[in-house]
Design a protein around this ligand. Structure first.
Ligand code: HEC
Ligand code: HEC
Ligand code: HEC
Ligand code: HEC
Ligand code: HEC
Ligand code: HEC
Ligand code: HEC
Ligand code: HEC
Length: 338
């Protein structure tokens, strides 16, 4: 089984009791297996955690299958496991794009106890508009789910526990540390200043009170000033959007871009990749727009791309030429010095 699931919790630290032991006197009710996150028949836009409550104390092993690919048998019945995590199983799934058939089989020894099925829809970076209606939105920080976590996690942090408290000491860190593992992590996410954008007072819990330019310009004052000076604003920015291109958290592309630059631009400007762009070169084909090194000084040796010639945010002239000049010859000369 490859890395569809990285099993988070089976490498318990040697000799360490992970958390102070909790004493529970209430009689537990065994309600059977339940899917805490994502909720059944919901959609997610990021592949983060899969959280199950097993319900039945007899369960020793669980097999989780997504679209026919099964995990190894996960041993959840050991004393150490039960002591640390009780009957919670938390995995990091790798959802496939679109519909995912989730199947969870539970066993007591060899005996199968329960087979739980659900569908989860995964649409990376989506704004929700492409998601089939039968899938609903989901949240973890809802009262019924948080109640399950409260025995072991701080679900009601104070302002002090989240403001100016970096990394490990931050009340959001433990559960969200994987957000910081992509290649390019946004400044405030790398310091776990989550509550700046997701205030504790948000309703529903941790909802962002500002979005897009209103949020981004809080801190990116220089960018706001620069854009004010532009005569032409790029379409999405004229519509006050930033998040269509930038992930507010992190990404494997520089500047937290949701896709590599040309792919991102061509997702809205499909025709540019098809016909002749810039100018037809000797053999009648298009001038390159990628796949070569950008020879201009400002390119700093990066690959030629849309932003070698166009400022992605707008400009002083039509087409947002990076030279800031309408004269196409000037643009050519930036790279072709006689
Ligand atoms: C007990 C673990 C835990 C703690 C502590 C925690 N979160 Fe979460 N949070 C999750 C999980 C799990 C999700 C679902 C997404 C995922 O798997 O990362 C989530 C989702 C979210 C969401 C998306 C909305 C939702 O309800 O699903 C936001 C926003 C969020 N968390 C913010 C925060 C902030 C801010 C803090 C600190 C004040 C925090 N979280 C602390 C586990 C936690
Ligand atoms: C019986 C105690 C217990 C309960 C209840 C519990 N957890 Fe945890 N959880 C832990 C322990 C122990 C860790 C590991 C701590 C460590 O790594 O230091 C952990 C770690 C996590 C992590 C970090 C995983 C990662 O990505 O590394 C997440 C997310 C998480 N819990 C979410 C939840 C959520 C959400 C709930 C409620 C639905 C919950 N937990 C309920 C004990 C518990
Ligand atoms: C610069 C602002 C900003 C910061 C800082 C930030 N977020 Fe977000 N976050 C957003 C926006 C904007 C959205 C999308 C709107 C929404 O879904 O509410 C979002 C959505 C989310 C979601 C749901 C979608 C997803 O990506 O899974 C989670 C979970 C989340 N944030 C958790 C966190 C956590 C945890 C931190 C701290 C490590 C954090 N955020 C820091 C702005 C921010
Ligand atoms: C709480 C303050 C804050 C908010 C709000 C914020 N940013 Fe940032 N952003 C930063 C910091 C700090 C950096 C890191 C700057 C550095 O390293 O020089 C950064 C870096 C960036 C970068 C990388 C480029 C660079 O200059 O390093 C981009 C792109 C970016 N932010 C976009 C956004 C977008 C889009 C939004 C709105 C969704 C946003 N930011 C909201 C503080 C913020
Ligand atoms: C059409 C897509 C798109 C939109 C919309 C967009 N950006 Fe960008 N942004 C980019 C690209 C592409 C880069 C990388 C430019 C480069 O590599 O030269 C970038 C770079 C940045 C940078 C770092 C480099 C710089 O130019 O200073 C910041 C900061 C930034 N964007 C902020 C924002 C803010 C704030 C918004 C909303 C007002 C926004 N962006 C909207 C595509 C976009
Ligand atoms: C979310 C969709 C979207 C993305 C992504 C996008 N654009 Fe645009 N772009 C638009 C819209 C909308 C317009 C305005 C169209 C109009 O006025 O005809 C526009 C206009 C332009 C124009 C001016 C066209 C004209 O006729 O004046 C240029 C140049 C341009 N975009 C380049 C880019 C580049 C470079 C990127 C990648 C960094 C990019 N676009 C990414 C939607 C997008
Ligand atoms: C080598 C420079 C260069 C590169 C690279 C480049 N462009 Fe252009 N682009 C131009 C020039 C020059 C024009 C003006 C064409 C004209 O005057 O008819 C233009 C015009 C445009 C226009 C408006 C007219 C039209 O064709 O729709 C859009 C949109 C556009 N470019 C998008 C892009 C995108 C998206 C990319 C990356 C996939 C890209 N450009 C890469 C130089 C470039
Ligand atoms: C951002 C840099 C850049 C700009 C601006 C630019 N080019 Fe190019 N151009 C290139 C690169 C890179 C190649 C590919 C060279 C190679 O194949 O090694 C190229 C190739 C060409 C070729 C094919 C012959 C050759 O030299 O290999 C022609 C003709 C050409 N460009 C004309 C133009 C014209 C006309 C303009 C202005 C409208 C222009 N270019 C703007 C980077 C640029």
């Amino acid at each position: 089984m490859p890395d569809r699931f990285s099993q988070l919790f089976f490498q318990l630290r040697a000799g360490g009791v992970l958390l102070p032991l909790l004493l529970f006197f209430a009689t537990p009710v065994f309600a059977g297996l339940s899917l805490i996150y994502p909720e059944p028949s919901s959609f997610v836009t990021q592949s983060r955690h899969l959280i199950l409550k097993l319900g039945n104390p007899e369960i020793t092993t669980v097999i989780v299958t997504v679209n026919g690919v099964a995990s190894d048998p996960l041993p959840v019945g050991t004393v150490e496991y039960r002591r640390a995590f009780r009957d919670f199983l938390i995995l990091q799934p790798l959802w496939d794009k679109g519909k995912n058939q989730l199947l969870v089989d539970t066993f007591a020894g060899e005996k199968r106890l329960e087979s739980f099925k659900s569908e989860i829809y995964y649409s990376p970076n989506s704004d929700g508009s492409d998601i089939p209606k039968e899938f609903r939105s989901t949240a973890l920080h809802r009262p019924e789910a948080e109640r399950e976590c409260t025995p072991c996690h701080n679900m009601k942090p104070t302002e002090k526990q989240v403001s100016d408290v970096p990394d490990k000491d931050n009340a959001c860190y433990l559960c969200h540390k994987r957000m910081g593992t992509q290649k390019f992590v946004h400044g405030p996410v790398s310091t776990y200043s989550c509550a700046y954008c997701h205030p504790l007072s948000g309703k529903p819990k941790y909802a962002t009170i500002k979005r897009e330019t209103k949020l981004c310009f809080d801190c990116h004052v220089e960018k706001q000033k620069q854009l004010k000076g532009f005569k032409f604003l790029h379409g999405p920015i004229a519509a006050d959007l930033c998040e269509v291109c930038h992930d507010p958290h992190s990404s494997d592309n520089p500047d937290q871009l949701r896709q590599p630059i040309n792919k991102l631009c061509l997702s809205c400007h499909e025709q540019v990749g098809k016909g002749v762009h810039v100018v037809a070169v000797g053999d009648g084909t298009s001038h390159p727009i990628g796949g070569k090194t950008d020879p201009a000084e400002r390119g700093k040796g990066r690959e030629l791309s849309c932003v070698s010639c166009h400022d992605p945010h707008g400009g002083k002239v039509r087409y947002y030429f990076v030279t800031g000049d309408d004269n196409k010859m000037e643009l050519c000369q930036m790279c072709h010095k006689k």
